[in-house]
Write a protein that binds this ligand. Structure first.
Ligand code: ASP
Length: 332
């Protein structure tokens, strides 16, 4: 073989190796998931329950995945704007989202043109926390208990303002249910999340709202708001002094919300398994558990975790909220 032939043969061999290497690049990248930061979409403003839960679980999930998780707040439309946007992202595991009882339970009952189907458009990853709902008011609201509060609302009606995080949100849907049940017609004030709504409740700009416990505990402990009742059959260990709605005289009003992680549909199997495992690891992480429990969050047990449990929950929530809310809408 001439020197030229030899160098040609070497070049051909080198190119063949190169081709093999470059052909294997995509496979390696997939195997290496996640090899770049993941966006966790929060469909509400910072500071509220969804944002708080996302920020509690994200560092632990990131540790399990060996990659950064960036929180992206995309608020509006009672949470449906951010969820719609995230649902359209590539299903590669680099965009995931935190939805809740509103975006994936109540919203279909309230939007004629919802751009996603809570039970079909997503790959469910798992429930992050159960979040009981409380009836809370500004600190100086002129009623000392739930009965007095309801009477005041019934007599003064629209003079009082009720905060919520947009149509279909937890605060909106549970708030509408509460109003229908007690026959009150307050004036709604809409926010991009109950974080900012809570700020206005603390400063006395709005009168009351129904919201998830993780947003209530710090303010109630600081004495900057008042809580009339928790809408669950049992009191919360995080707020042992707050009576249940049953104890306070409104037994029919029992609603428990939840937050959960979803991904756009059709994730590669291994990517999905990694995300499910990371959420599971976060829920077993003592730091995460302590922070969630301190805020009154309920940590899902083994059988309440994972994609199948979340899929079942979403389906039953949509079925539950659709009739409940059509009755409440009639009260508006
Ligand atoms: N708790 C809110 C709601 O009412 C949303 C939020 O997390 O800010 O749906």
């Amino acid at each position: 073989m001439s020197a030229l032939d030899r160098s040609r043969a070497l070049l051909a061999a080198a190119l063949a190796v190169g081709a093999v290497l470059s052909a294997s690049v995509p496979t390696m990248a997939e195997e290496g998931y996640p090899d770049r930061p993941i966006a966790l979409v929060v469909p509400f403003a910072a500071g509220g329950p969804t944002d708080t839960i996302a920020r509690i679980i994200a560092p632990s999930m990131a540790k399990a995945l060996g990659q950064t998780i960036r929180i992206e707040n995309i608020s509006g439309g009672g949470g449906t704007t951010g969820i719609t946007e995230a649902s359209r992202a590539k299903p590669d595991g680099y965009t995931i989202m935190v939805g809740h009882m509103g975006t994936h339970g109540a919203a279909p009952a309230l939007f004629r043109t919802l751009k996603y189907d809570p039970a079909r458009t997503f790959d469910p990853i798992g429930v992050a926390a159960g979040t009981p709902v409380l009836v809370v008011a500004r600190k100086d609201f002129p009623a000392s208990d739930l009965k007095g509060f309801i009477e005041t609302l019934q007599t003064k009606g629209a003079t009082y303002s009720q905060a919520h995080a947009g149509v279909g949100s937890v605060s909106h849907s549970t708030g509408m249910l509460f109003d229908a049940m007690v026959n009150a017609k307050p004036t709604f004030v809409v926010y991009r999340g109950t974080g900012p709504a809570m700020n206005d409740l603390v400063s006395g700009q709005v009168d009351f709202m129904t919201d998830q416990i993780v947003n209530v505990v710090p303010h109630l402990k600081a004495g900057t708001i008042r809580a009339y009742a928790i809408a669950t059959p049992e009191r919360s260990p995080a707020l042992p002094d707050v009576p249940t709605t049953r104890e306070a005289g409104l037994p029919g009003f029992e609603v428990s919300a939840w937050n959960a992680v979803f991904a756009p549909k059709n994730l590669p199997k291994d990517v999905r398994a990694k995300l499910v495992g990371a959420l599971d690891a976060a829920l077993d992480d003592p730091t995460v558990r302590e922070r969630l429990l301190k805020l009154g969050g309920k940590i899902p047990t083994g059988s309440e975790r994972g994609p199948a449990a979340l899929q079942k929950l979403v389906e039953s929530e949509v079925a539950r909220w659709t009739p409940a809310l059509s009755a409440a809408v009639d009260n508006q």
